[in-house]
Write a protein that binds this ligand. Structure first.
Ligand SMILES: C[S@@+](CC[C@H](N)C(=O)[O-])C[C@H]1O[C@@H](n2cnc3c(N)ncnc32)[C@H](O)[C@@H]1O
Length: 262
């Protein structure tokens, strides 16, 4: 029960649903999009990104105990790699995963049973106390800078993963995936600048060789999945050769709180 008297559902699948009433008008990822995401991420093509995120985040944990919030955790894939990597470090990690999609959260709860998994809307006040989190991670998911700043402890960090210009460019047109507009990186930094300043930036390029089925999953698991029809996609991809060479281009940006250095 929250302070306003709402009670919340503890789903038998192992997560808490904190969406009240009809919830947000935002379009959550569907079950099909989530299934495509699970298949693609399990293929290991994005493992170098998961390892790079873990390498960026784990050293930010305080020595003894750390609290981590993965906002827009999706199926919990990156959080799993992060927790496994942190398992070898001395810090005890308490992790919260949140996402607006209950389909994603069912998967995340299965993969990360030790995590507090919450279905909620990042555009609403987050169900996390002020100054209580050491690191917020946001991997290809929406960002609410004022809420992230509120929940972070002084000295805490926000780690954001975004695609860079040219990401998956070789297959973007065929699949109807949305291209990355020029200037997007600057807009991200501008949008965060009232609360955060950039501490480090790491770019990661991952060459991929993808089977047609993997191209379809990659297209379907992202924002394009909301407006792509599966049959139309199959028709578009009918001409694909047995493998497509494509490059994934990522950026990992670590932000610290503006005016509150460690
Ligand atoms: C592209 S997926 C990335 C998921 C995960 N971080 C990953 O990389 O596998 C974006 C995620 O953001 C979630 N999302 C979108 N809008 C949201 C909102 N308003 N509040 C919370 N999560 C949201 C979607 O449901 C989806 O799981």
């Amino acid at each position: 029960m929250c302070a306003s008297g709402h009670s919340f559902d503890a789903a038998k699948q192992g997560y808490f649903n904190l969406l009240v009433g009809k919830g947000t008008s935002f379009e959550a990822d569907t079950a099909e999009m989530v299934a495509a995401r699970v298949r693609f991420l399990e293929s290991g093509h994005y493992r170098p990104l998961a390892d790079a995120v873990a390498a960026a985040v784990v050293p930010l944990f305080p020595a003894e105990a750390a609290t981590l919030l993965d906002s827009g955790t999706g199926t919990g894939h990156y959080l799993r790699v992060l927790l496994d990597t942190a398992g070898a470090a001395p810090a005890r990690v308490t992790a919260i995963g949140l996402d607006i999609s209950k389909f994603a959260m069912r998967r995340a709860a299965r993969l990360n049973p030790e995590v507090t998994n919450l279905v909620c809307d990042v555009w609403q006040p987050l169900p996390v106390g002020d100054d209580s989190v050491d690191v917020v991670t946001v991997i290809f998911a929406p960002r609410n800078p004022s809420e992230f700043a509120r929940v972070l402890r002084p000295g805490g960090r926000l780690v954001v993963v975004t695609p860079r210009a040219g990401h998956l460019a070789a297959i973007a047109e065929q699949t109807g995936m949305l291209g990355i507009e020029a200037g997007k990186d600057d807009r991200l930094i501008d949008a965060m600048s009232a609360q955060f300043r950039v501490e480090t930036v790491r770019d990661l390029d991952v060459p991929l060789t993808l089977a047609p089925r993997e191209v379809a999953d990659l297209a379907y698991m992202g924002p394009a999945g909301h407006h792509l029809d599966r049959d139309e996609l199959a028709a578009r991809l009918a001409g694909l050769t047995s493998s497509s060479a494509v490059e994934a281009r990522f950026r990992i940006t670590v932000f610290c709180l503006a005016g509150r250095p460690r």
